[in-house]
Design a binder for this molecule. Structure first.
Ligand SMILES: Cc1ncc(COP(=O)(O)O)c(C=O)c1O
Ligand SMILES: N[C@@H](CCCC[NH3+])C(=O)O
Length: 434
């Protein structure tokens, strides 16, 4: 069992943010997403410091797709981070929280006209554009508002990162961005056309090579490819790109097979390789951005469930069902993602057994964890699945009309409700009873 942040075991009960989970379950019910606020803040600070945000004006833009709520936006603003949003809904969340719009990067491979309009109207810092269709729309909308909109061009650098097929994004065969390999003609052409538009300012280039990446070397490769394109744009178009965003994707620990590097190892290789390339090529070092999502919130989140039915099929398997499942954590079903868990109200028990943790959805694939060794479990026990802070709540759904769980931030013995548990009324709120 690995404990992150402020998680610890006291009197054989799991405690997070100095509150035991039995108390949290009583107050907020289960399933419950518990976010360790101190842990999130510590990671934000480690990124901010090690990426030299103060000294070099570099930026850490948290990728909101991992987990975004009003409270999270407030926390990010307090920690001095930027924010990457990928839809009108995420943008609206940030805006509603009072997050500074000039610190927002607006992503998305197919932004609608309404989304583009909202972004320009609210004054987002930069659009990360994926295609020329978007640039033209953006130029005409920015004209209506009498603005010159900053953009980054998203480039697929052709870097192979070893991760799950569904979460790779930097390879050439990708729906994202302009192809940036070889002579990078596609990027040069679009940069050239962009420079002719009156309401667009080409500020930077962007790439993102994938997610849950453990190696550091692909970031060096991506940095060099991107800087080479910046150099080409300077030589061929006589235009200096002053900003570079190298995306996120830094891997975290979910289970024993995962060997993530320290945050500082990723930030170091990026800073060093950019500096090295710029020195070799006598170029000015651009302002750098990274976009970590998972590595900021992943290990800070724990999902607390109550055990319900238990089905023992002798010599085959023992199913232990919890009161949540693929509605609150789709990742095991979607990516075959592996998690660890603890019997949270009796962390250590005398007899251990191997069980499979099943969800409550009407779907055979709704299995949260297969073959995990735990103390003998009884109905009514509390089970805590660890490292669910990223892409848990944000990918949650109402399959089987199951209401989404509540989210609490815990810190220094206090729990703050940041998202209410959905009610049955919420589940039908958009429906019309003809
Ligand atoms: C453009 C972009 N930036 C940042 C991220 C965040 O990735 P991660 O949560 O793996 O750090 C993603 C998701 O993979 C992304 O698509
Ligand atoms: N949702 C994915 C990662 C997101 C990839 C976004 N580009 C996950 O849970 O791992």
């Amino acid at each position: 069992m690995k404990l992150f942040g402020t998680s610890k075991v006291e009197n054989n009960v799991l405690c997070i943010g100095n509150i035991d989970v039995i108390t949290l379950a009583k107050e907020f019910k289960t399933p419950l997403y518990i976010m360790d606020e101190e842990h999130i803040r510590n990671i934000c600070r480690r990124y901010y410091d090690s990426f030299k945000c103060e000294q070099l004006k570099n930026r850490v833009a948290y990728a909101g797709k991992a987990f975004l709520t009003l409270a999270m936006c407030k926390l990010l603003a307090q920690e001095g981070l930027y924010l990457d949003v990928v839809s009108g809904g995420e943008l609206y969340t940030a805006f509603s929280s009072g997050f500074p719009m000039e610190k927002v990067y607006f992503h998305g491979n197919n932004k609608t006209m309404e989304e583009v309009d909202l972004g320009v109207k609210l004054g987002v810092g930069a659009f990360v554009v994926d295609n020329f269709y978007e640039i033209e729309n953006l130029n005409s909308i920015a004209k209506v508002y009498g603005k010159k909109q900053k953009i980054y061009l998203r480039v697929t650098p052709g870097v192979e990162a070893h991760t799950h097929e569904y979460i790779k994004t930097g390879q050439i065969d990708s729906k994202f961005g302009f192809t940036g390999i070889g002579e990078a003609e596609a990027v040069l052409n679009v940069a050239k056309k962009t420079l002719e538009l009156d309401h667009i300012e080409l500020s930077g280039l962007h790439c993102h090579i994938g997610s849950q990446i453990f190696e550091t070397e692909p970031y060096r490769d991506a940095a060099r490819i991107m800087l080479n394109i910046i150099k080409k744009i300077k030589v061929e178009l006589d235009y200096e790109i002053k900003e570079l965003d190298l995306g996120g994707g830094f891997g975290i620990y979910y289970n024993e097979e995962d060997e993530p590097r320290k945050i500082e190892a990723y930030t170091k290789i990026i800073l060093d390789s950019v500096e090295e390339f710029c020195k070799e090529n006598k170029m000015a070092v651009p302002i750098l951005t990274i976009e970590p999502g998972r590595s900021i919130v992943g290990n800070a989140g724990t999902t607390l469930y109550t055990v319900g039915s238990i089905k023992d099929i002798p010599e085959v398997r023992k199913y232990v069902a919890v009161d949540g499942g693929m509605g609150d954590n789709i990742r095991p079903a979607l990516y075959n993602a592996k998690y660890e868990c603890v019997l949270a109200n009796r962390v250590e028990g005398k007899k251990n057994e191997v069980v499979t943790i099943a969800g409550k959805c009407c779907e055979s694939g709704d299995i949260l964890i297969e073959n995990v060794k735990l103390p003998l479990i009884e109905s009514g026990d509390l089970l805590a699945v660890q490292s669910t802070g990223a892409y848990g709540y944000s990918m949650s759904n109402n399959y089987n009309k199951i209401p989404r769980p509540a989210v609490v931030f815990v810190k220094d013995g206090k729990a703050k409700l940041v998202c209410k548990r959905e009610s049955y009324e919420d589940v039908i709120k958009n429906e019309i009873n003809l």
